[in-house]
Write a protein that binds this ligand. Structure first.
Ligand code: ATR
Length: 263
């Protein structure tokens, strides 16, 4: 039986095992997917386990997406550019780190039927997931990417790898077609981003990376003002689907049951 796992700290709330085990069962694959809470000093052991094929694939989550990099033999272009790795696999005896958050985000936009080409995008936050979102937006040919974060230095750091982004002071809301909440504000039901969207008319796209709760106050506000909204559930599902495809060589169905599994 093949073994897969997600590593992070904390890890209790990860829904990756639910998602992967559902697809494993549905496709009659002889495998199991588990979760493991680790400390940083255990990262090297995980890589050895992959080399020895004791584990066949690993998803990496917070806070190890960058910290895992020094232990890897090879990085995909996506992982290299974003300095963020969420999927590990063995290829020609080498442990490779890849980033499927990018395709997860991209596919979620495609599925939402929003035409992002030539659109002005404002990203709120500059944490771990933001490089992946910027990479995807550049690939999808948006016209402008602006990033606003409480701590300015993090945006300045992002600019080193993504020279085309523009820094916006926290609290300022320039005109945009699409706005993405990539902060952790909203994880708690009563969290509120203290920004004033009232001068923004409808026909914009409000996207929240958070999917639990399924509708943050940010999305509620967007909806109330007459805008299109989407939470991060599809992004999560499609990052998982791409990892599944890398490990098992098939793209599982995203049916109603999959959507319900994560509610
Ligand atoms: P990490 O930065 O460790 O990757 P994250 O959860 O991915 O963590 O990112 C949290 C994001 O939410 C950051 O952009 C953070 O802003 P700072 O860089 O200034 O910390 C943002 N964030 C969290 N709480 C916030 C708050 N109360 N007001 C504004 N931004 C907040």
């Amino acid at each position: 039986m093949k073994k897969y796992k997600v590593i992070g700290n904390p890890i209790e709330h990860s829904l990756s095992p639910t998602l992967h085990n559902y697809w494993i069962k549905n496709n009659g694959i002889d495998a199991i997917y588990e979760k493991q809470k680790l400390n940083e000093n255990e990262l090297e052991q995980i890589i050895d386990d992959i080399k020895e094929e004791k584990i066949n694939g690993v998803n990496v989550t917070v806070p190890f997406k960058k910290k895992i990099i020094p232990f890897l033999d090879e990085l995909s272009i996506e992982a290299e550019t974003t300095q963020s790795v969420n999927t590990l696999y063995l290829k020609d005896n080498k442990v490779v780190g890849h980033n499927t958050d990018i395709i997860g985000f991209e596919t979620s936009i495609e599925k939402s039927k929003y035409d992002v080409v030539n659109k002005k995008v404002l990203i709120l936050g500059a944490g771990g997931v933001v490089p992946s979102i910027i990479f995807a937006l550049n690939k999808m040919k948006v016209s402008k990417i602006r990033v606003s974060n409480r701590t300015k230095e993090k945006v300045q750091n992002l600019k080193k790898n993504f020279k085309n982004i523009e820094l916006i002071e926290w609290g300022e809301i320039p005109n945009f077609d699409m706005i993405i909440n990539a902060t952790s504000i909203g994880l708690k039901e009563d969290d509120n981003i203290k920004l004033n969207f009232l001068s923004i008319s409808g026909n914009r796209f409000f996207y929240d990376v958070i999917y639990n709760p399924s509708e943050t106050n940010f999305l509620k506000t967007g909806k109330k003002l007459g805008n299109k909204t989407l939470n991060g559930k599809l992004m999560f599902i499609y990052q998982g689907l791409e990892a599944f495809n890398i490990w098992h060589g098939l793209k599982p169905d995203v049916d109603e049951n999959v959507m319900k599994l994560l509610d």
